[in-house]
Design a protein around this ligand. Structure first.
Ligand code: PLP
Length: 413
């Protein structure tokens, strides 16, 4: 076979990414589980110790002794792989216990675990919409790709409302007959801007216009609320959400995603969702580790969250005082806006190579063009010394590259 035609297609697609300055390169890391956020960076033949500033392992739970211990013990006892789909021998005991713990965490009748948060959203939304005849979907403009894919795959009619704009959402809801089934899909903490959805107002609209609410709490579970059930718990309105989607891969430090909701709704998704049915179940050691993490953060998380919030607040305050252009979000996500893909890459490279600090550049299509940024996520394990080092290093990078010190607030969108 002549492969040159095929290869030229692939190469042309890569050339386009290079031309747009958005070809992605990955950094190879090995975290030091005893000294997180320290890690080794593998650069060619070289290894260098660095400090990670951009991880979604928000609380360092991936290295927590209770979590690592549960994983090792379970692997020794019942092996690594689940050995099958949920239907054919894969429904392992730790996984069922994890689902029970997640339902308890969210105060819902039931919870269903998927192999990732992406899969939970994609297959969950598509299936939900296919089970509701003539449903109309209302989607926030900044929703995550996994939600967009689920909406797309459902084939249902959809409208997109302007990000966090409840007036726009209401005008769209009002244009549809009240008896027509509707789902409003949105997020609590938006991961790239760190802003928060108008959860209460959307619940009010959902009641008024007879819609279901689907809330992605992926960047909030483990972190917000008294037991780490998310932003809706923090606001005391979790009971008003019909479907909560969460991940085990960020603050809980493992892998896997889930939906928490009413028993009948999740039983239907369990029975019809291809992304749930036709794939191997989550491995028992991972389920046990996630269970340990969810339980630990629900029962003993207050102390960790308090330190975490101190580090978040201190980082924001120090970066602001140094006149660095952060968007002051109400959450733990600190976007540092640069507004140009090439300069964002250069800033990230300089920070890593000269100062041994790692913050991955965030470019289009993850964020809109012109809003390219570094996205900083302090953990409870970042010390005040780490924060001072970050501030001084960023100041030096900003000076060296003559980067802008002011941002327009809309950049955070
Ligand atoms: C808002 C949102 N939802 C869902 C996901 C997917 O979660 P997971 O990483 O568990 O696949 C992400 C991932 O970054 C996300 O940002």
């Amino acid at each position: 076979m002549n492969t040159s035609f095929y290869d030229s297609c692939f190469q042309a697609s890569l050339d386009a990414l290079h031309a747009q300055k958005r070809y992605r390169t990955f950094k190879t890391l090995a975290r030091d589980s005893q000294h997180y956020p320290q890690a080794l960076w593998y650069s060619g033949l070289d290894t260098r110790p660095i400090t990670v500033w951009c991880s979604n392992d928000y609380l360092g739970m991936s290295c927590h002794p209770a979590v690592v211990g549960a994983l090792c013990e379970t692997a020794q006892k019942i092996g690594v792989g689940a050995g099958g789909t949920r239907n054919i021998s894969g429904t392992n005991r730790p996984l069922v216990m994890l689902e029970e713990a997640l339902a308890k965490l969210h105060g819902t009748q039931s919870a269903l675990v998927f192999t990732s948060g992406y899969v939970a959203n994609e297959t969950g939304i598509a299936t939900l919409a296919q089970l509701l005849p003539n449903v109309m979907l209302f989607s926030d403009a900044s929703n995550h790709r996994s939600m967009i894919e689920g909406i797309h795959r459902s084939g249902a009619e959809k409208v997109v409302f302007r990000h966090n704009d409840v007036d726009h959402l209401e005008s769209l809801l009002a244009a549809v007959p009240k008896e027509r089934p509707k789902i409003i899909l949105f997020e609590s903490v938006y991961s790239m801007g760190g802003d928060v959805g108008p959860i209460r107002e959307i619940c009010d609209l959902a009641e008024r216009y007879n819609a279901l609410t689907y809330l992605d709490e992926v960047h909030a579970v483990g972190l917000y609320g008294n037991r780490g059930a998310g932003y809706a718990e923090k606001l005391g309105i979790a009971h008003r959400i019909d479907i909560i989607s969460g991940t085990l891969a960020k603050a809980f430090g493992c892998i896997g995603g889930y939906l928490a909701s009413r028993a009948s709704l999740l039983d239907a998704i369990r029975s019809y969702a291809p992304g749930f049915i036709f794939t191997t179940a989550l491995p028992p050691p991972i389920a046990a580790a996630a269970l340990a993490s969810v339980t630990y953060l629900a029962e003993h998380g207050e102390g960790i969250r308090k330190i975490w919030w101190d580090r978040v607040a201190t980082t924001k305050q120090k970066l602001s005082a140094a006149d660095l252009p952060i968007y002051t979000s109400p959450t733990h996500v600190i976007p540092l806006i640069i507004g140009d893909p090439e300069m964002t890459q250069k800033a990230s490279d300089l920070l890593l190579e000269k100062h041994a600090l790692y913050a991955q550049p965030i470019n289009y299509p993850t964020v809109p063009q012109g809003t390219e940024r570094l996205r900083l996520t302090p953990t409870p394990l970042h010390t005040h010394g780490h924060i001072d080092q970050l501030t001084e290093s960023l100041r030096s990078v900003w000076q060296k590259l003559a980067l802008p010190l002011k941002i327009h607030a809309s950049y955070a969108a």
